[in-house]
Write a protein that binds this ligand. Structure first.
Ligand code: DC
Length: 238
């Protein structure tokens, strides 16, 4: 066995789309041999279930009935992180534009959030009860899902920068349209009645506008070390 840095406990990372959240949280988990939970993927799978059922995402009662009957599973391996809807791998389909439009209203429905938050807490506590570490990303992780997480980070960046990143990631040329869509979704995510997106009072706010992914990753790694969450562990075979 060789030894390496490992994570103990929970790192909660919140913030809007286009801050580089997914890339850096996944990389941090991989770097520390930890688990990774993409809670946005769970809301996306729920939204896909709603669309497939032919239900209007703006109808809260019908939405919660559909989501309660769906079975959403999400992997916690940062190298793969598969998402299953009723046993079917939907990892790719949930990134499409139809789901991206439907996910904000679906994620604003309280019973949907209650179901998914309970599931997220179970996943997280299974990891921590076994002495492991997990990096969790979303919008309400530090405020609602695990408010006692020992490290909470809230990533921000200007709307222009976030739109440029999203457009490059998705191979879209019309950055102005991407920016409008990003701002629409932010507005809806941060003004909804249940668990609006906001930084926890004790979160470390990190503006990623002028930082590349390596720089954000280093900062998160340093913060995890400073909070005593990084420990030396046995890793794999020599
Ligand atoms: O991170 P993402 O773009 O995949 O998230 C998809 C949507 O899900 C986003 O519009 C907000 C919502 N979401 C949420 O409400 N709470 C979370 N913890 C994660 C995502």
């Amino acid at each position: 066995m060789r030894q390496g840095d490992g994570l103990r406990g929970i790192v909660a990372v919140d913030g809007p789309a286009g801050t580089g959240k997914s890339t850096v949280t996944r990389r941090l988990a991989a770097l520390l041999g930890a688990r990774y939970l993409d809670t946005g993927a769970m809301y996306r799978a729920a939204a896909l279930g709603v669309l497939r059922a032919g239900v209007d995402p703006a109808e809260p009662t019908a939405v919660s009935e559909v989501v309660a009957r769906r079975h959403i599973e999400v992997g916690t391996d940062p190298a793969t992180s598969r998402v299953l809807l009723d046993g079917e791998d939907v990892s790719r389909e949930i990134r499409g534009p139809a789901v991206t439009t439907a996910v904000s209203p679906v994620s604003a429905v309280s019973p949907v959030r209650e179901l998914l938050v309970a599931q997220q807490r179970r996943i997280i506590s299974d990891v921590t009860a076994a002495g492991g570490g997990i990096v969790v990303e979303g919008r309400d992780i530090g405020t609602v899902v695990v408010p006692d997480a020992p490290l909470k980070v809230f990533l921000t960046a200007t709307a222009a920068q976030r739109a440029a990143r999203r457009a490059a990631q998705d191979g879209v040329d019309d950055v102005a349209e991407v920016r409008r869509a990003v701002e629409r979704r932010d507005r809806s995510d941060s003004t909804r009645a249940t668990s609006p997106m906001r930084a926890a009072a004790d979160a470390v706010e990190l503006d990623t506008t002028a930082l590349d992914a390596d720089a954000v990753l280093s900062r998160l790694h340093e913060l995890a070390i400073a909070r005593g969450l990084v420990v030396l562990v046995a890793r794999g075979r020599t």
